[in-house]
Design a protein around this ligand. Sequence first.
Ligand code: C2E
Ligand code: CA
Ligand code: CA
Length: 767
Amino acid sequence: MLKITFAMINLIIIALLIGSCIMTSRRKNKFRRQVIQVITMGIVTIFWYTIFLLTPMDNQRMAVFTMGMYYLSIDWLSFFLAEYSIVYTESETFTKIPCYILIVLSVIDGVGILINNFTGHVFHLEAAYYAGTNLSYWAAYFDMPYFLHLGICYIMIAFCYISLIRKTITAPGFYRKKYAVILALIVAVTVINAVYYTLNLPVDFSVLFYGVLGIAICYFTVYATPKHVIERTHSYVVEDVGNAIFCFDVDGKCVYINKAAKAIFGSWDETECMKKIEIVYRVEFEQKLHGEKDSEVWEGTKNIDGREHYFNFEYRNMRDRRGNSIGCFFKLEDKTDDVIRFKEEQYRATHDRLTGLYNRESFFEKAQEIIKACPETQMLLLASNIKDFKLINELYGLEMGDKVLLKQAELIRENLGENAAAGRISGDKFALLMPKNRFDEERFMKSVEQLCSLTENNTYKMHVYIGVYFVVDQDEAVETMYDKASLAIERVRGDYQQIITYYDDSDLEELIHEKNVVAEFDRAIANREFCIYLQPQVNCEGDALGAEALVRWQHPQKGLLFPGAFLGIIEKAGLIYKLDYYIWEMAAMKLAEWKKEGKGQYHISVNISAKDFYYLDLYETFTGLVEKYDIEPDKLNLEITETVIMSDVKMHMQIINRLQEYGFHIEIDDFGSGYSSLNTLKDIKADVIKIDMLFLRETENQTRSKTILNSIISMAKALNMPVITEGVETQNQVEFLSDMGCDMFQGYYFSKPIPVQDFEGNYLKAM
Ligand code: C2E
Ligand code: CA
Ligand code: CA
């Protein structure tokens, strides 16, 4: 009866084990193979033992066979158990060699046990009655080889012990249990097994424990994760996660905060921190907990201890199984650093690094926004520009240049306010958009004065221009408005009296005119629209010695144009060298013609502009012309203004000297109009000094002018330089100039500049 009951239990256990085996095989687990091996072998072992138990007492052969199979199964069960323990505990004790040895020994043992069916050299069974009962059972008697089998099994079980004990000791607290349980079950199996043998019991109860062990292994290895491991893991994750997390209970009491939350709220004291959170988040708590949504995310700012924080907020309501709210938690991702960094980058991209004002593009954008936003407000746009700002850098160094720019930005900022924007457009160019009613010209003049005072005690005098444009059309691009304000500056550039100038439409017309001149220039040269007029240069008797060639443009539509109408524009456009060369060549051709006609005693003076020195090799050019047209160099006089020479004495003098050596006569044009006329004389030995017509203008200081004229002339005489005075308009002037010793005259008194043919007809005489 006992045996039948036991067998039934075994069958149930087998069924459970098969179930465990199937479930394990469906799970993804790195120990799956080992667990299946152990369970399968457990099933086999229990199976053979059950068959053994049910073997009729009269069939000894069958009993020996099934018992043998049971022993054999135990060999492999022990082997797989050892392998499982080692792999599961990640021990490295079961290296390949002991593993092979154990396999070989198990095989030998197995073969021995099979042979035992015929020889009975390992064990034999005899029917017996359990002491004091009528319970019959097979009593086993063992011979030597059986102890080999036992030994092998115990060695393998020893491997289990070693690895499991070691792991139970070293594993972190809450993992210890899962190793300890398995270890305890193996110990139980071993002990019960030992008791069975020692007491020679009729039934081996340890077999039951194989089943329990199998199920336990399956559960602990594949299924169970200790609950507190999960809890602890959760709490670690929550505690250490980068986002701040804090929980409220239903009454609004803060019950949990993690590390990040403490950091944000600036205190490691939990209670203090929780109190702070309760106060700071009271409103949110009330709104959310009693609101409709169980979860919500949003972005926002929060002022904590005076510092603005940018957060990604997340709110969650927590509910129990029945759906009742048990509290809520907030998760805050602190984006303050990112936002600040982003803002800084944005700032850098839209602002000028030095002054902190808007950069060009951003100013235009911002200004446009303001104009659009205030359609009722009359706006104006100011452009400012420092004359020859480069000079400040060159004379005083970059530091001073920066200082000036910073000061200017500061002064501009003072005019900001509502509906205004300021920007640095480039270099020393600034722009300011502001409502017209706030513009105060006087105030701006004062600002300019303040700025100019930075370089006051030096020879260089800073000059600032401000161009003002009144916004008429709000749809006009701000860039165009700025261009117009700058255009107003262009008009007065060079005029030191002007500071603030207002744009008017004639500025635009002027610009259009300039553009047209430049556009037409090449055509005009090609069509030979430019010609020379000659103005005689005469002696005191009125006899012409030569003439100055002055350019005129015979424009097909506009008629005869004077240099004032186009020369400056062409010069600015960098085209003057083309025009000058054209004029020089015409003069050279004329001289050649005269020479041929026997009138070679007359000279023609041509004008050289400052830029010619940079665009042309003047020595090559003039000697080339002289050679090409076979004329005398001393008949092609070169007029260079005093200011041009003085702008780079060294460079200019080198060229001038070479030209003089070749035979050209150099006339210093507009002498006396520059700043350092006397200095000029020190450096240059000119062939003719041409006194500026300013000295002859009717002014209040007539006597002073005369005194200066007198001394210039006598000084030139002393230096052996002939003098010509231009702009002579009256006989009186001719007389006093003659008295002072002036050699030649040029002026309306004698003749205006006239067409070449007229000059030839009126003045030229053959020698
Ligand atoms: P500039 O070289 O000083 O030429 C003298 C200017 O004074 C000429 O004006 C002439 O017409 C004017 N003028 C002569 N006598 C009198 C007078 O008694 N009273 C008054 N009020 N004016 C007098 P223009 O021809 O209009 O030339 C103006 C300037 O244009 C010239 O001044 C010269 O700097 C420049 N220029 C003329 N032609 C050329 C040229 O071919 N090349 C270059 N680079 N410059 C030229
Ligand atoms: Ca001249
Ligand atoms: Ca002149």
